[in-house]
Write a new protein. Structure first.
Length: 231
């Protein structure tokens, strides 16, 4: 079973386009667009959202993403009427980035809570572990502790760190109990990873803190060494 994702937008074209983009990264996830009004105007439709929720398979659960404020209200109203509403969660996340991260997390088998967390993790940089280099040293040679686990991995896929690899890394890391930096940026932020502009042959230096630190480093390393499933 895979968590479904519903996109609620004021524009039918935006909803359809966002779903088309996410489908490239999560081909096995049910992505449902509910954009525009029933008569094709700009706006949101309770009927469209309910119709999308009706397509969610029983027991799979769904995460809903929206664009503007009134879309949130429409989604909340739909949840009041939906069956299995307890398994349907509204994510507070940017529509496109949140959708991509959520789709990747769902593709990886995350449950509805994990998929919601993945979407919301892209809203902004997570709290970063304090860098030892920035700590003020007292008497003696106090330097602070370093990361629990580190790893260095060379990008082997032709396109390097573009949207799909960034989404895969961020989506997976957001579900782990770890603070992760990749070349100094938040590893759970798709946007931050893309700003690295790391091409083929670049080395990703991964640092992780926390209970899942080792797993996080291994996760990134596995993706990189497999070329993210790309040529």
């Amino acid at each position: 079973m895979t968590v479904s994702i519903v996109v609620v937008s004021h524009s039918e074209k935006i909803a359809d386009g966002a779903v088309e983009l996410a489908a490239q990264m999560a081909p096995d996830v049910v992505l449902l667009a509910a954009g525009g009004t029933m008569d094709g105007r700009i706006g949101t439709s309770l009927e469209k959202v309910l119709a999308a929720l009706d397509k969610v398979a029983a027991g799979d659960g769904a995460v809903i993403l929206t664009d503007l404020g009134s879309a949130v209200m429409t989604a909340e109203s739909a949840l009041e009427f939906a069956e299995d509403a307890a398994e349907m969660l509204l994510a507070d996340a940017p529509l496109v980035e949140g959708l991509v991260a959520a789709a990747v997390a769902a593709q990886g088998g995350g449950d509805v809570q994990a998929v919601k967390r993945a979407a919301e993790a892209v809203r902004g940089p997570a709290r970063q572990p304090e860098s030892p280099a920035l700590q003020e040293a007292g008497e003696g040679s106090v330097t602070g502790s370093g990361p629990d686990y580190t790893g260095d991995f060379e990008l082997v896929n032709q396109a390097g760190m573009h949207a799909r690899p960034a989404a895969k890394i961020a989506g997976g890391l957001s579900s782990l109990d770890a603070e992760v930096q990749v070349n100094g940026v938040d590893g759970a932020s798709m946007t931050a990873l893309m700003t690295l502009a790391a091409g083929r042959g670049s080395v990703l230096h991964v640092e992780a803190w926390g209970a899942d630190a080792e797993r996080a480093v291994n996760y990134v390393g596995g993706l990189v060494q497999a070329g993210f499933g790309e040529p």
